[in-house]
Design a protein around this ligand. Structure first.
Ligand SMILES: *[C@@H]1O[C@H](CO)[C@@H](O)[C@H](O)[C@H]1NC(C)=O
Ligand SMILES: *[C@@H]1O[C@H](CO)[C@@H](O)[C@H](O)[C@H]1NC(C)=O
Ligand SMILES: *[C@@H]1O[C@H](CO)[C@@H](O)[C@H](O)[C@H]1NC(C)=O
Ligand SMILES: *[C@@H]1O[C@H](CO)[C@@H](O)[C@H](O)[C@H]1NC(C)=O
Ligand SMILES: *[C@@H]1O[C@H](CO)[C@@H](O)[C@H](O)[C@H]1NC(C)=O
Ligand SMILES: *[C@@H]1O[C@H](CO)[C@@H](O)[C@H](O)[C@H]1NC(C)=O
Ligand SMILES: *[C@@H]1O[C@H](CO)[C@@H](O)[C@H](O)[C@H]1NC(C)=O
Ligand SMILES: *[C@@H]1O[C@H](CO)[C@@H](O)[C@H](O)[C@H]1NC(C)=O
Ligand SMILES: *[C@@H]1O[C@H](CO)[C@@H](O)[C@H](O)[C@H]1NC(C)=O
Ligand SMILES: *[C@@H]1O[C@H](CO)[C@@H](O)[C@H](O)[C@H]1NC(C)=O
Length: 499
């Protein structure tokens, strides 16, 4: 490629892609207890997730996403591709039912025509580009083609010899599909959609790829991979794969098609053969990926050209087949509880405000009431939470039940101890959530540590309690009497177990 073309390409990409890259999240639904669409949307809002990708065009979810400002990529499932690729009118009907019916209330911004079609259902390859074209013409007919992009996510397995990136090329036997596909993407200003899984590249590399290189962790300079043709230095698998895709497109003379990563992630749990599917690695990968994307870092070949990326995925999908890892790619469990707390301080708003800092502690539904009461007493006593807002007439008195009162006290304690996960245990009767339990004028985080006890072991002890499950009981302190709802208190640390 001449320097001129490179300069032109850079100009093109930097003007066309001047807008910031975003982080989105994929929503797979293979859960035995799939949350209701309204709960899904509540989680997205709480986490400031502004971009999602669905694997279909589920009506309930699309309706719930209406008027939320969330941008939605929808998909045509692989089992509908053949029908749509063979019939213009089937395609038109699909667009009318799944797009026109929801737009603009639901801000549909892209349609994925199938998923990894070339690698998973090669028999559909001959009609794939037709399917895209038919969908596009239906959008044109509805005057939506300027608003909604059409593409098809590819597996990186269609890119051969991906390292060094400058030598990468598309599997030539797929050229009869890829060349018209790239022409289509170019003429419609759409994206090459790619699913990039450094986890599998690492797993399949037989130790050639260092774990740190897959996880975006700092590498010593001598471990960075250098492309001997371009002398570009690669510090992570993700960027190397993106550049391999840029080079593979250039090999077919397409130099101005931007890339969107429709899937990337890391599993948090695996079976014995998947020792690197861990909470720690999943957290490291996704935290680093999000920072990398939101920073618009770009790749060595195209520095500063942001590549929007959808994390795989929102929920752990417990009913997925296959290895344990298959069920554990999620950021959240079915209750919306984070599987791990992403390390995202200083990286903007998506997923960070809430998973890093906007987590809360509540009394666990279904916990033993007596144990919740004991934990509440501990929080208001030795735990030094100011429980005066729980007094009758004060903002947190209503609803007047032990779970609501305990949630106020647990959350205040949790917020005041810097949200250390171990400060939301209370002998197992508390749990971390992303739902703010504040209501009316009752906000826990303003409670402050205002107890009267200097230390957890300070309250006076006596034997007034009739309970015998613990060796340590305390008489109500003056504060507890003042609060008026607490009669006794078992002394225990939030993480301690009953003996
Ligand atoms: C959808 O989102 C895009 C990007 O933010 C915005 O430009 C557009 O106005 C939105 N469309 C609707 C219908 O809300
Ligand atoms: C498909 O239908 C659209 C209208 O929805 C029409 O504009 C287009 O020409 C048709 N294409 C083919 C190949 O029949
Ligand atoms: C290239 O694609 C063809 C057709 O799908 C497939 O049979 C072949 O295995 C692929 N080659 C490689 C090296 O992946
Ligand atoms: C790309 O362009 C070059 C120069 O114009 C040409 O020689 C080559 O055949 C083209 N390759 C393809 C795959 O079209
Ligand atoms: C952010 O981008 C700058 C260059 O624009 C780069 O120097 C820096 O390393 C990037 N930070 C991260 C976390 O990717
Ligand atoms: C999250 O909380 C920590 C500690 O309280 C603070 O240092 C950090 O700035 C906060 N991050 C954000 C994004 O608010
Ligand atoms: C996230 O937190 C940062 C820093 O506290 C703040 O500037 C930003 O507005 C927040 N974003 C959202 C969407 O609340
Ligand atoms: C909250 O407090 C304000 C002022 O203290 C009061 O006017 C308002 O009625 C209170 N709201 C509730 C729901 O108690
Ligand atoms: C703590 O207690 C003092 C005196 O008892 C009171 O003035 C102050 O408002 C309390 N602080 C909080 C955060 O409740
Ligand atoms: C409180 O704890 C400190 C150490 O954390 C200890 O030195 C002090 O004696 C304790 N005070 C009381 C009243 O138990």
């Amino acid at each position: 490629m001449s320097a001129n073309i490179i300069a032109l390409l850079f100009l093109f990409l930097s003007t066309v892609l001047a807008q910031d890259a975003f982080i989105g999240v994929n929503i797979g639904t293979d859960l035995s207890d799939m949350p209701h669409p309204t709960q899904v949307v509540a989680l997205l809002k709480a986490q400031h997730i502004r971009h999602v990708r669905l694997y279909d065009a589920d009506r309930g979810l699309l309706l719930s996403l209406a008027n939320t400002g969330i941008q939605v990529t929808i998909s045509i499932p692989n089992d509908q591709i053949l029908g749509i690729g063979q019939s213009n009118s089937t395609a038109a009907r699909w667009v009318s039912q799944n797009v026109v019916a929801h737009y603009p209330a639901t801000n549909i911004t892209a349609i994925c025509v199938g998923s990894e079609v070339l690698s998973t259902i090669p028999n559909a390859a001959p009609i794939l580009v037709n399917a895209l074209k038919f969908i596009q013409s239906a959008l044109v007919a509805s005057n939506l083609d300027g608003k909604i992009k059409v593409s098809t996510p590819l597996s990186t397995s269609v890119i051969l010899d991906s390292f060094p990136p400058s030598q990468a090329f598309f599997n030539h036997s797929l050229n009869p599909v890829l060349v018209p596909l790239l022409k289509f993407l170019q003429s419609t200003n759409s994206y090459l959609m790619l699913n990039i899984y450094p986890y599998y590249d690492y797993m399949n590399s037989n130790g050639v790829i260092p774990l740190d290189y897959a996880l975006f962790q700092p590498l010593s300079a001598n471990k960075e991979a250098v492309d001997s043709n371009t002398l570009l230095h690669y510090t992570n698998v993700f960027d190397a794969m993106l550049d391999a895709a840029y080079f593979a497109m250039a090999d077919l003379n397409f130099t101005n098609i931007p890339i969107m990563v429709t899937e990337s992630g890391w599993p948090s749990k695996g079976d014995a053969k998947e020792p690197d599917a861990t909470l720690e690695n999943a957290n490291t990968y996704n935290s680093n990926l999000i920072k990398h994307i939101l920073n618009n870092t770009g790749t060595p070949k195209h520095p500063g050209i942001g590549v929007s990326t959808y994390i795989y995925e929102l929920y752990n999908e417990d009913t997925k087949d296959g290895a344990t890892s298959e069920k554990n790619w999620g950021l959240f469990d079915a209750n919306g509880k984070p599987v791990y707390i992403l390390r995202l301080t200083e990286s903007g708003s998506v997923l960070s405000n809430d998973t890093t800092n906007q987590t809360y502690c509540t009394a666990r539904d279904g916990a033993d009431k007596r144990m919740v009461q004991a934990a509440l007493d501990w929080a208001c006593g030795p735990g030094k939470v100011d429980c005066s807002p729980l007094l009758q007439g004060e903002p947190c008195y209503e609803p007047d039940n032990v779970f609501a009162h305990a949630t106020y006290a647990f959350n205040t304690y949790y917020q005041n101890t810097g949200k250390a996960p171990e400060s939301c245990d209370f002998n197992g009767v508390a749990e971390i959530t992303t739902t703010d339990p504040s209501h009316g004028n009752c906000t826990s985080s303003t409670g402050g540590l205002n107890g009267t006890f200097p230390n957890a072991t300070a309250p006076s002890m006596n034997s007034m309690s009739s309970d015998s499950t613990s060796s340590m009981f305390s008489q109500s302190s003056s504060l507890l009497l003042m609060v008026g709802i607490l009669t006794w208190s078992i002394i225990f640390l939030p993480t301690a177990r009953f003996m």
